[in-house]
Design a protein around this ligand. Sequence first.
Ligand code: ADP
Ligand code: MG
Length: 174
Amino acid sequence: MAAFGQCYNRRVPVFESRVLDLVTHNPAQTRQFGVRLGQAIRAGDVICLSGELGAGKTTLASGIGEGWGAREVVNSPTFVFVNEYSRAAGGKLYHVDAYRLRDAADAESIALPELLNEVTEGKSVVLIEWPERVTDQLPPERLWIDLVWVEESARRIQVTANGARPEALLENLR
Ligand code: ADP
Ligand code: MG
């Protein structure tokens, strides 16, 4: 009964297991968070990076690329829509900027459906900036990251997991 009493008295914190919420205080911290995420991702993962201009999406993407092992530094794909990266360990990482995509026809013009198929078939991984532009085309299982400007050098990073695999990924980041 003593054991039961201990268990009964223990205060168990209640928190939302599908959400991770943190604040970084400089670009290096955001990048470092990205490195950790990049080390945990694998083919099939869809990572959405949402936030205003200057929120830190590309800074985070760059860290993710480093953690994943990209041969080249991941930088802004703004003028090319999609950048493709490789690594020594094999596999492909796509970095998409959906900022200028207005509709499904636009998305098709850059072969986004084919790219996403490749990812959901487990052949590659994709990072998407401005994912809200193409939400209805994204697979339901995704890790959604909101970046919010707090002050000059502080950003809030909110990670939401939709689905079993994204939840496992998020658990890895705690
Ligand atoms: P986005 O891709 O969302 O437009 P970038 O990553 O290109 O954003 O730019 C973010 C800008 O904010 C960079 O100039 C970066 O140096 C600056 N910055 C300041 N503090 C932070 C922080 N904590 N995390 C990320 N970027 C920061
Ligand atoms: Mg950017």
